[in-house]
Design a protein around this ligand. Structure first.
Ligand SMILES: *[C@@H]1O[C@H](CO)[C@@H](O)[C@H](O)[C@H]1NC(C)=O
Ligand SMILES: *[C@@H]1O[C@H](CO)[C@@H](O)[C@H](O)[C@H]1NC(C)=O
Length: 372
């Protein structure tokens, strides 16, 4: 029997048929819209509403320390001359270490430690994970717009407002980054994720803009590769015999000297960088014995933190990168500036001497304390 499909038997049937067709078309349209939305949905935090904030843009000072902050007295004078809404402080110390009146003389650091800190092995990927923890904590405050990583031996070379304007005045991050072809720290086993042409080297002491801070904090691709394939080779230990031989065949890699610069290069962000650090370090080569052979940062003591040295650091206006034959003139928004806002490494005595030099407007504080 032939069914007369669609042949209207009455007006009522025709109406029902039209309604059914309309419903079908509408649900098809909704389905397409839903599919398109799924396509464009990104589970990663992106630059949008979470960056809306009231008040001044802040600089997040992120201290990566072993235990306490021995130079807190110097930072105290730095923050005393700041506007409280212009900065935030975060500290990654060893797990369980608490910053309060028993561990620091400066109230600026009270309770500024992360409560989820991890045990850091120097030269291990735990060091970069600690940096990422600091960034994630600092990103929670949408007012934080610049993210500066500092160590427990870093000192400021200028007063707060100079440093603030310097960092805010540039729309770029400051990341020391150069090609590293000679040293063989790149492990070819990384190549499926990290192409060799994106491998970079540079100082770990970075100052990032917010969008770059997010790239580093939420990277789930490059970090696991570093964790697995970029490890410091343990020093030669003959007593370990064969095991030691295998260890010596391993690539020697220092994660914190490569991670951020390589990650940003992989994200094609080098055009948004000043490819230099704002933290001065002086290197000396020592070759006294096997274990300490290599380059080491100079520690400034009372004697070496003299006015001439500080003046010299502040006067540096370009950096030469040998592997690239590149001279980096220190600029912020195309205007020439001194290269360095901070310097390391300073001993307590060295920092004490810096304080008395009134280099970054400590004079105001010294004046008020003596006249009180
Ligand atoms: C901060 O330092 C800069 C540069 O050294 C100086 O010009 C400025 O007057 C200082 N600002 C304050 C508030 O002391
Ligand atoms: C605090 O931030 C405001 C807005 O960016 C700026 O005008 C002011 O100079 C800053 N204060 C200091 C002490 O840096």
């Amino acid at each position: 029997m032939r069914r007369k499909r669609g042949a209207p038997s009455s007006d009522k049937n025709l109406n029902l048929w039209l309604i059914w067709k309309l419903a079908l078309v509408l649900s098809f349209i909704f389905l397409v819209i839903a599919l398109v939305r799924i396509q464009f949905y990104s589970p990663l935090p992106v630059d949008d509403d979470d960056d809306v904030f009231e008040g001044n843009p802040r600089v997040a000072f992120m201290f990566l320390v072993r235990r306490d902050l021995p130079l807190d007295f110097l930072w105290q004078t730095f923050y005393e001359n700041a506007d409280a809404d212009n900065y935030s402080i975060y500290i990654h110390s060893e797990p369980g270490f608490v910053f309060d009146e028993t561990t620091t003389r400066s109230s600026f650091f009270y309770a500024r430690h992360l409560t989820n800190s991890i045990k850091v092995g120097w030269g291990e990927s735990s060091m970069i994970e600690a940096e990422r923890l600091l960034l994630r904590a600092a990103l929670e405050n949408p007012a934080n717009q610049r993210f500066v990583l500092l160590s427990d031996s870093c000192v400021p070379l200028y007063n707060f407002s100079y440093s603030y304007n310097y960092l805010m005045g540039s729309s770029k991050s400051f990341v020391d980054s150069f090609l590293d072809m000679k040293e063989g720290r790149y492990n070819p086993r990384m190549s499926s994720v990290i192409p060799m042409r994106k491998w970079r080297k540079g100082s770990q002491w970075i100052a990032l803009v917010r969008s770059h801070a997010k790239v580093v904090a939420y990277d789930g691709v490059v970090f696991p590769v570093f964790k697995k394939l970029c490890k410091r080779r343990p020093p030669l230990d003959v007593s370990k015999g064969k095991q030691n031989l295998n260890l010596q065949k391993q690539h020697n890699c220092i994660p914190d000297e490569h991670y951020v610069q390589t990650l940003l290069a992989m994200n094609d962000l080098e055009g948004e960088l000043e490819r230099r650090t704002v933290t001065y370090t002086s290197w000396i080569q020592s070759a006294t014995n096997m274990e300490t052979k290599g380059w080491h940062p100079v520690t400034y003591s009372y004697a070496s933190a003299n006015p001439q040295q500080i003046k010299r650091m502040k006067g540096i206006n370009h950096v030469y990168y040998e592997t690239e034959h590149r001279t980096e003139w220190c600029k912020s928004n195309a205007v020439l500036f001194p290269c360095f806002l901070f310097a390391r490494k300073f001993s307590r005595d060295g920092a004490m001497r810096l304080l008395t030099q009134g280099n970054f407007d400590a004079s105001a504080l010294l004046h008020t304390t003596t006249s009180r």
